[in-house]
Ligand binder design. Structure first.
Ligand code: SF4
Ligand code: SF4
Length: 100
């Protein structure tokens, strides 16, 4: 019974004045989440919310809610820093396509 991280992909401009943007990828290990909501409360972009699904422990893991052009994950990694269960983590990828 492996733990399969759920992947969300968020997009947001990190360097607005230049050519590069970044893609913030959020990975969530649902069964590790204990529903403390710290990641939700402290996300500086306000792009996480409590989901309606339950994990096996009976908690609601977070889900990504983005509004294109308004609220976007920038892959800052703060949610992974604050999570006490190491249930959420992020990666950033440079996205040259947005540079056109
Ligand atoms: S990486 Fe940053 S912006 Fe994205 S969900 Fe986590 S805390 Fe929010
Ligand atoms: S901080 Fe971690 S344990 Fe708490 S709700 Fe977010 S993902 Fe779940």
């Amino acid at each position: 019974m492996g733990k399969k991280p759920m992947k969300f992909i968020g997009r947001g401009l990190v360097d607005k004045g230049d050519k590069k943007s970044a893609v913030g990828k959020i990975y969530l290990i649902i069964e590790r989440c204990k529903g403390c909501n710290l990641c939700i409360e402290f996300c500086p972009k306000d792009v996480l919310k409590e989901s309606s699904v339950f994990n096996k422990k009976g908690y609601h893991p977070p889900e990504l809610i983005e509004v294109p052009g308004e609220k976007m994950c920038v892959g800052c990694g703060y949610c992974s820093l604050i999570c006490p269960e190491f249930a959420i983590y992020t990666e950033i990828e440079e996205d040259e396509k947005e540079a056109e």
